[in-house]
Ligand binder design. Sequence first.
Ligand SMILES: *Cc1c(COP(=O)(O)O)cnc(C)c1O
Length: 416
Amino acid sequence: MKSGNKINPFKTKGYFGDFGGRYVPEMLIPALDELEKAYLDALKDKSFQQEFEHILKTYSGRPTPLYFAENLTKRLKGAKIYLKQEGLGQTGSHKVNNAIGQALLAKRMGKKRLIAETGAGQHGLATATVAAKFGFECEIFMGLTDIKRQRPNVFWMEQLGAKVTPVTTGNMTLKDAVNEALRNWIETLDTTHCLMGSVLSAHPYPVIVRNFQSVIGKEVITQIKQAEGRLPDYLIACVGGGSNSIGLFYPFLDFDNVKMIGVEAGGLGISTGKHSARFAKGKLGMIEGYRSLFLQDKDGRSRETHSVAAGLDYIGIGPEHAYLHSIGRVSYTSATDKEVLEALKLLIKTEGIIPALESSHALVECIKVAPKLGKDKVIVVNVSGRGDKDIFIVAEALKDKEWTEFLRDKIKEADK
Ligand SMILES: *Cc1c(COP(=O)(O)O)cnc(C)c1O
């Protein structure tokens, strides 16, 4: 039953096989060492774990439900489908689990300020949220292009008390925001913790974020045993940087009978080049602090990526995923924007649940797999977030005329 799929990166200088490590400016090494030490220290401190669990429970409503999607199961005429409802937590996605954990670590290190980079703004929002709750100063670095595209998230970050700093270098998007956040961190190490949003960047971030998110998989083990008296046959989750998926997968890694599928953004289709499918088209590289697969051009420069789901629209993949792929423990596939919208509509209509566009990628794969399996099989899909945030994108994609009308009226009102 047990096999060695788990690596302890604290013993391998941060490597998961060939992937991971630390590829950062020399000046950041002491900060990463400090974080590593604080985390290992916290692991030994029972009260740290207790406080983390208490806040997850009272502030974010954990454990999130594992819901038997009976209507969807009947509709697909195959395996039983369970949905892990991460969208019911504070800020509407799994991101807050990690943000709470790192805020507690920052407090432990005596830091007064949190900084983060954000693309679509979801991670910035989670960081600003915990900054408000724990009383940190907060600065979010965001490309000017993204700020213009994502006003609702910027609005809430500002209301939460964060300073949102526009980044005007390069394409003015996520990659540029990452660079700016790191530059700022180097100047402010004494007072500031850089709150990384996914299982990315230099060691020890990938392992710390994974461990905080593993609460998802640990809960599922208890919940599915209660519901079915056994472990599931399949786990399916979407993969951006890889935190919600590894959070679900990790506690199951040594149960060889549990198959796992990660779903990347297929965008407009792999052949168009407009996607974020690192396992389909990525190449080994050292970018943004770690060694992994990245979407790059011939000269090793980051390629433009695309996805209808902003949270999956990223060039790199967390190093532990690259490792799990390399040993064949987890399989990875992709879903196109078009398939994603169909899956989203189906879940809304059959179960009355509005999933995030990111999470809908996992549902696409579930819809493909479930009918091929017998009725005695069990699938758990991680619904990493709820879809409220996506209303602008979805309404436009579904060409909802009344929505356009509504926007026009709002502009008229604002111009009065
Ligand atoms: C950010 C986000 C993701 C992608 O990030 P991972 O680190 O891969 O989990 C997925 N789903 C939602 C709802 C998100 O906000």
